[in-house]
Design a protein around this ligand. Structure first.
Ligand code: F6P
Length: 327
C-alpha cells in the first residue's frame, strides 16, 4: 500500500446537507487522535485553489454536531474543473505537506476528487454528503434523513389546511434528478400520488384517479412531485391537470431550500460520525479513491468512479404499495 499520511485536509463541496458538520467533527477528531495534522479547507475546491486552508484543533469543531449547514462553507468550483485550477490547489496542499484529503459532497465532488487524486497522487476519500441520496454504494447519504423529515413535517402541515378546504395539493420536493425525497416523504405522508423521475408516470392513470376521486367527492388529494420529475416543475403538472379537470381547486407548494437546512436528525449525526471516523482510518491504511458508505449498517467502500456513475434503483414495489394504500 502507499506511503503513510501525516497531514490531512477536509472539505465540504456541492450543496450543503445537514450532518456535514458532524462528519467534519469526526474527521478532525479522529485525525487528531491518530496524531495527524488536520486542515479545514474553506468553500470546497474553491478554497483549495484560493489557499483558504486552516489548521484545525479538537476545539475548532466543538459544539457543531447539532448544527445544519457547514462550518467549512461550500461551493461549486468551475476553476477546479480545469487542470490549471487543480494544479494551483495541489501546490497549496503541498506547501503544508497535506498528503490526504476527505471530501464530503455529492457525485460532482467525487468526480473532481478522482481526477485530482490521479493527477497529483494525493489519496482522496469521499463521504456522501447530499440530501438527494443519489449515490450508489451507500444505503443512505449524510443529510437525506433530515431532509425527508423536514419535508414530512411540512407536508403534514399542508395536509391540515388541504383537508380543511377539500383541496388538491401538489407539493414539489428537492432531489435534483433523483426521486428519493419524494418517494419517502410521499409514502410517509400518505400521498395519493407520487411522481418521481425513476419511474414512468402514466399521466392518464393519474388524471383518471383524480377524476374518479372527484366523482366520489374525495377532493382531498396530495401529489408529491420530485423536482426532476418528467412533467417539469409542479406548476407544469397543475396546467396538465387543469386542462382535464377545470373545476379542481389546486394549490402548489414548492418546499425548496428549507429541506437543506436545520439541525441534523439523530440518524444523520450517527451516519456522519461513523463515516467520518472511517474516512480517516482509510487514509491511515492507504486506501485511495474510495467513498465510505453504509450498507446494511456496515461500512462499505466503493471506488469513487462507481459512486459517480451508478445511481440507486428505486423498487417498483413501493410505487404499487403507494397506490394500494392511497385508494
Ligand atoms: O443536490 C442538492 C440540491 O439541494 C438538489 O436537491 C437541488 O436540485 C439543488 O441542490 C439545488 O441547488 P442550489 O442550492 O444551487 O439551488
Amino acid at each position: 500500500m502507499s506511503k503513510k499520511v501525516t497531514n490531512i485536509g477536509v472539505l465540504t463541496s456541492g450543496g450543503d446537507s445537514p450532518g456535514m458538520n458532524a462528519a467534519v467533527r469526526a474527521v478532525v477528531r479522529t485525525g487528531i487522535f491518530h496524531g495527524l495534522g488536520v486542515y479545514g479547507i474553506m468553500r470546497g475546491y474553491a478554497g483549495m485553489i484560493d489557499d483558504d486552508i486552516h489548521p484545525m484543533t479538537g476545539r475548532s469543531v466543538a459544539n457543531i454536531i447539532q448544527r445544519g449547514g457547514t462550518i467549512l462553507k461550500t461551493a461549486r468550483s468551475k476553476e477546479f474543473m480545469e487542470y490549471a485550477g487543480r494544479e494551483k490547489a495541489y501546490y497549496n496542499l503541498k506547501k503544508r505537506n497535506i498528503d490526504g484529503l476527505v471530501i464530503i459532497g455529492g457525485d460532482g465532488s467525487f468526480r473532481g476528487a478522482q481526477k485530482f487524486s490521479n493527477e497529483f497522487d494525493i489519496p482522496c476519500i469521499g463521504l456522501p454528503g447530499t440530501i438527494d441520496k443519489d449515490i450508489a454504494g451507500s444505503d443512505t447519504t449524510i443529510g437525506f434523513d433530515t431532509a425527508v423529515n423536514t419535508a414530512v413535517q411540512a407536508i403534514d402541515k399542508i395536509r391540515d389546511t388541504m383537508d380543511a378546504h377539500d383541496r388538491l395539493f401538489i407539493v414539489e420536493v428537492m432531489g435534483r434528478d433523483a426521486g428519493y425525497i419524494a418517494l419517502h416523504s410521499g409514502i410517509a405522508t400518505g400521498a395519493e400520488n407520487i411522481v418521481i423521475p425513476e419511474t414512468k408516470t402514466d399521466i392518464e392513470e393519474l388524471l383518471s384517479s383524480l377524476m374518479e376521486k372527484e366523482k366520489r367527492k374525495k377532493l382531498v388529494n396530495l401529489v408529491v412531485v420530485a423536482e426532476g420529475g418528467e412533467f417539469g416543475d409542479a406548476n407544469e403538472l397543475v396546467k396538465i391537470i387543469k386542462e382535464r379537470i377545470p373545476t379542481a381547486d389546486i394549490r402548489v407548494c414548492i418546499l425548496g431550500h428549507i429541506q437543506r437546512g436545520g439541525s441534523p436528525s439523530c440518524a444523520d449525526r450517527l451516519v456522519a460520525s461513523h463515516m467520518g471516523y472511517y474516512a480517516v482510518e482509510s487514509l491511515m491504511i492507504g486506501r485511495n479513491n474510495v467513498m465510505v458508505g453504509v450498507i446494511n449498517n456496515k461500512i462499505h467502500y466503493t471506488p469513487l468512479d462507481k459512486a459517480v456513475k451508478e445511481k440507486q434503483k428505486i423498487g417498483q414495489e413501493w410505487m404499487k404499495i403507494v397506490k394500494i394504500l392511497a385508494s
